[in-house]
Design a protein around this ligand. Sequence first.
Ligand SMILES: [Mg+2]
Length: 208
Amino acid sequence: MSNVDCQLVIFDMDGTLTRPNINFDEIRAAIGLDGEPILEALAKMPPADRARADAILQEFEDRAADGSELQPHALEVVAAIRESGRPAALMTRNTRRSVDIVMRRHRLDFDFIRTRDDGINKPAPDPVLDICRHFRVAPASTWVIGDYHFDIQCANAAGAISVHLAEAFETLPPWSNEARHIVKSLLEFSRLLGIRLDTESRPILPGA
Ligand SMILES: [Mg+2]
């Protein structure tokens, strides 16, 4: 990362660290919502409807977490960032519970995890600002990677460096150009940060 100003890296979870496996349209249909963002729609519901909708959402999220698969190089990129002395954080609109499932399943570890249970969510800048405050790092030196518009909006509103992970898109969505950088893989992201992943060239220790 020699000549890149990067002191902190924030990852989105679904579709960024993990392969996209949540179908939001399916969740909306099960709850009975139109095209609106799910959490915002739930926040406007009367308590009884909200409890029912929340249970449906959590069931989908838990199932997705249970069946989650990592994006190629996810473990190596997170490890390499942390080995270089930069904290790696996770921000997600999921619950802490489903994040815990994903972390355990893939033996992932982050220096800080910001879930929807912890305050105002993306696309507001709050998650990025909270994480920056925690590490006392300026947003301008913070890189944020995500696969959805909310990640880019959140990063940009906080003054961080936004990166769109566009591996799932054949043609880029119109909002993609709001991101400072666009990459097709986590490997490409690591190169952008100046990190070389040399796991294959590492000597194998005797007896390891
Ligand atoms: Mg995502």
